[in-house]
Design a protein around this ligand. Structure first.
Ligand SMILES: C[S@@+](CC[C@H](N)C(=O)[O-])C[C@H]1O[C@@H](n2cnc3c(N)ncnc32)[C@H](O)[C@@H]1O
Length: 202
């Protein structure tokens, strides 16, 4: 199923299904992702707008998503938080933004949703639209090195694939050199299963 179709069906339930994880895992780490960023920033795969409360003060924010229904929920979130953000419906592998449009690009749990063959095109597009001295930050899942935690993740994987079209083991880092990008730092923000990749142009 195309991602736009998947997220059309799930949009209504997304926030409820994800609520336990949002509270237990994601909410404490979301503010950390935005620290030190300023200027014009893209939230790629904005979803229902869960990062909005943590956008840097004074930043010129753009939220992009492939799914109209998810963007509709993001628009409702925007009204509740009074956050200034432009919402754009587009595919991250082929946007219409001019080159060097953003001072920084951030994506949270987007690349786990992108199939392997879309990882490189998406990174190439991020490299194109992010300024040469800009930073790209990608928050993603990783498979734990701990055998028990890893076994639990393997048990969850079919549900995550079915409900969100996502996988824990995308290993997005492997595509960076081909996209002309360089991994500056990997920061684990929740145990060894949620990592922030800090990326720049090579
Ligand atoms: C798991 S959700 C994450 C949402 C949000 N970033 C968060 O942290 O809660 C993934 C989002 O990526 C969007 N998405 C999937 N494929 C996409 C694509 N090719 N281009 C843009 N957005 C896409 C989905 O519609 C969905 O809203």
């Amino acid at each position: 199923m195309a991602k736009s179709a998947e997220y059309r069906s799930i949009a209504r339930l997304y926030d409820i299904l994800d609520l336990p994880f949002e509270y237990a895992r994601y909410r404490p780490l979301r503010p950390k992702i935005w620290i030190g960023l300023s200027g014009r920033i893209l939230d790629a795969g904005v979803g229902t707008g869960r990062n909005m409360a943590y956008y840097p003060d004074g930043a010129e924010m753009v939220g992009l998503d492939l799914s109209g229904p998810m963007l509709k929920r993001a628009a409702a979130c925007k009204r509740r938080t009074a956050t200034a953000v432009d919402l754009v419906e587009a595919d991250i592998t082929a946007t219409s933004f001019p080159d060097d449009s953003f001072d920084a690009v951030v994506s949270t749990f987007l690349f786990c949703v992108l199939a392997p063959e879309l990882q490189l095109p998406a990174l190439v597009e991020l490299a194109r639209i992010c300024k040469p001295d800009g930073e790209i930050r990608i928050l993603e899942y990783a498979i734990s090195a701990n055998p028990i935690r890893r076994a639990i993740m393997r048990l969850w994987a079919p549900w995550v694939r079915f409900a969100y079209g996502a996988a824990f083991d995308r290993n997005t880092e492997q595509y960076l050199p081909a996209a002309g990008l360089e991994l500056i730092e990997t920061r684990y923000l929740h145990s060894d299963i949620i990592k922030l990749l800090v990326i720049r142009h090579a």
